[in-house]
Design a protein. Structure first.
Length: 239
């Protein structure tokens, strides 16, 4: 399936995995609506992609953990793009601490961003896709959503919930030709991983954001009659 001239919204596009997906989709000729809280990251990327790949790029600085902000961001980007073919739910945060020690406010903010943000953004995008009876929604979950680990209660719970949300949504909308996918990467070489202390040893041997972006493009290019339900991406030779 040719992606040229389709329209995509990507959350968390300012850096890391979201930025890599934005670059790969721009290379395919996809027009983009980018969301993150830091406006300067988005502005820099917009200028880079518009000049390198001659696609239209619109940006909104918004906190998707807030329902009104998430809805306004999605509606404004769909309005400017004219339609919506692809939604990438990527924005997410990770912090770790034991259940006994992590402050409830931090625990809540992780779930609010990773789960509620994904729900708010998806809900805002759905009417457009349902009306046109087509579209692809890809949510970046994590191996942390498949199995828990010590100090990961908030992050693991949020990502397990994203997997549950995504599968339920898939069952609701597949009859409307909307393809819903959850990806479960293990550690990816980004700021999030560095801040969590997950970058150890040789960075070149870690999974790179571009590797995940390649999988996203491959999934989107499948014929519209099929979709990837879930896919995990792991490193070949973990250190
Ligand atoms: N890196 C890994 O090892 C790994 C593994 C599995 C899954 N994942 C998942 O992959 C996704 C991307 O992770 P990453 O490693 O690329 O992280 P990253 O490098 O920290 O980038 C995260 C992006 O999301 C944005 N963001 C965060 N909170 C937001 C909010 N409330 N509203 C809007 N934008 C927000 C950030 O920008 P602002 O801060 O400017 O808003 C940034 O652009 C996350 O969902 C993460 O859980 C990561």
């Amino acid at each position: 399936m040719d992606l040229k001239h389709t329209n995509a919204v990507i959350t968390g596009a300012g850096k890391g995995i979201g930025k890599a997906i934005a670059v790969q989709l721009a290379k395919e000729g996809v027009n983009l609506g980018l969301v993150a809280r830091t406006a300067s990251d988005l502005e820099e990327l917009r200028a880079e992609l518009e000049s390198a790949y001659h696609v239209k790029v619109y940006t909104v600085s918004a906190d998707i953990a807030r329902r009104d902000a998430a809805e306004q961001a999605v509606q404004s980007l769909i309005g400017r793009l004219g339609s919506l073919d692809i939604l990438i739910n990527n924005a997410g945060i990770a912090q770790f601490g034991t259940v006994a020690e992590m402050e409830p406010e931090l625990w809540e903010s992780i779930v609010q961003t990773n789960l509620m943000g994904t729900y708010y953004v998806t809900r805002a995008a759905l009417p457009t896709m349902l009306a046109q009876a087509s579209g692809s929604i890809i949510s970046i979950a994590s191996t942390a959503g498949e199995r828990g680990f010590a100090t990961g209660s908030a992050y693991c719970a949020s990502k397990a919930a994203v997997l549950g949300f995504t599968e339920a949504l898939m069952q609701e909308v597949r009859k409307s030709n909307i393809r819903v996918t959850a990806l479960t990467p293990s550690t990816v070489n980004t700021e999030l991983a560095a801040n969590a202390g997950l970058k150890i040893g040789d960075e070149d041997r870690m999974m790179q954001p571009e590797d995940l972006a390649d999988l996203v493009v491959a999934a989107l290019k499948l014929p519209p009659r099929v979709f990837v339900k879930t896919a995990g991406l792991w490193t070949t030779n973990p250190q």
